[in-house]
Design a protein around this ligand. Structure first.
Ligand code: IPM
Ligand code: MN
Length: 357
């Protein structure tokens, strides 16, 4: 915990700036109530600027400026007029890699009043977290083309896994299970595909077993990723902490996201847990171009990401205050979590969360 909490904000594109606006509103209010000295610096880095500036996504200087912050609050990245992959790789993935944010933490919690597509499941059944490795796997960008554009074309996209990368992620998951201290029992489930990926996921399995042996108080379990998709729908109450690879983590957290009520509520954090690291907090949902500028998008995920930021920075009471207020607002005020159907506007939801802090 520092004297002054310095946060960089990066709204990005589409509805990103709108949801970050509400998260900032709530951060300011809770900072007042908890006597936290909060300093915000906004960065105008987005697809819109990329299109105007002739292809500059983010400058090296901006990366260095951002590195001075321990926390970044991010909205959403992506623009309808920019080819898929450019902004994702050039901004989001670049920041994750530059700052070595090796943990992607995605809580899966059904908040009160939020509808889940799962029949007969309630908030007590859906409460786990996914710890997704965030710097390796097929995301490392290793690969290439041979004879591109010809009938003999070959494309490779290599998944890389390092012992160091697996170990720091698996260890963090076990430590997190201890911190979560689930009253139903602490458990870490490794989700991978050891029956097919017999090299890379063998490394994951061996690392999991070796590191897991240091945590006798935490139950260990292994699920293949395809089976995990069944269990997550059929018996989500089975899970406490899931640890998984980057690509599988990407996919299963979208499934988990809809189970917890959709992208309007799903929050996430890209963490560099090392001393002096820069972490980044973002709602899982995208830019929602259809809703841009309409004051109709759901800011709950972004506000919850701000709570994750506070928790990461050591302001647990402030984080709890936000999440309690969020639960009150979803549980007793909002009609739906879908954009345009909440019964309130984006800014009204932000106000409601502030009023109930
Ligand atoms: C996510 C997103 C990103 C990912 C994309 C936008 C690169 O889907 O954060 O889950 O694949 O990690
Ligand atoms: Mn994703």
């Amino acid at each position: 915990m520092n004297d002054v909490l310095k946060v960089a904000t990066l709204g990005g594109d589409g509805t990103g700036p709108e949801v970050v606006g509400e998260a900032v509103k709530v951060l300011k209010e809770v900072a007042k109530l908890e006597n936290i000295k909060l300093e915000l610096t906004d960065f105008d880095i987005c697809g819109e600027r990329y299109l105007k500036n002739g292809g500059i996504i983010i400058t090296d200087d901006e990366v260095e400026q951002l590195r001075q912050f321990s926390s970044i609050l991010l909205g959403a990245v992506g623009h309808v007029d920019v080819k898929p992959g450019i902004l994702e790789k050039g901004l989001l993935l670049r920041l994750r890699f530059e700052f070595d944010q090796y943990i992607n933490l995605r809580p899966v919690k059904l908040l009160p009043g939020v509808a889940t597509p799962l029949r007969n499941k309630g908030p007590e059944d859906l409460d786990f977290v996914v710890v997704r490795e965030n710097t390796e796997d097929m995301y490392a960008g290793i690969g290439g083309f041979l004879k591109k554009g010809t009938p003999d074309e070959v494309a490779t996209q290599t998944a890389i896994y390092t012992r160091k990368g697996c170990e720091r992620c698996v260890r963090w998951a076990f430590e997190y299970a201890r911190r979560r201290n689930n009253p139903k029992g602490k458990k870490v489930t490794l989700v991978a595909k050891t029956n097919v990926l017999t090299f890379g996921h063998d490394l994951w399995m061996r690392t999991f077993e070796e590191v897991g042996a240091e945590y006798p108080d935490v139950q260990k379990e292994y699920h293949h990723v395809d089976a995990c998709c069944i269990y997550m729908v059929d018996c989500p109450e089975n899970y406490d902490v899931i640890v998984t690879t980057n690509m599988f983590g990407d996919i299963i957290t979208d499934l988990a996201g809809i189970l917890q009520g959709g992208l309007g509520v799903a929050a996430g954090a890209n963490l560099c847990p090392d001393a002096g690291g820069t972490s980044m907090f973002e709602p899982i949902g995208g830019t929602a171009p259809k809703f841009t500028g309409l004051n109709q998008i759901n800011p709950i995920a972004s506000i919850s990401s701000a709570a994750m930021l506070l928790e990461h920075e050591g302001y647990q009471t402030a984080a709890d205050r936000i999440m309690k207020s969020v639960q009150l607002v979803t549980g007793t005020k909002m009609k739906s979590q879908a954009a345009g159907q909440m019964g309130y506007s984006t800014t009204e939801i932000g106000d409601l969360v502030c009023e109930n802090l």
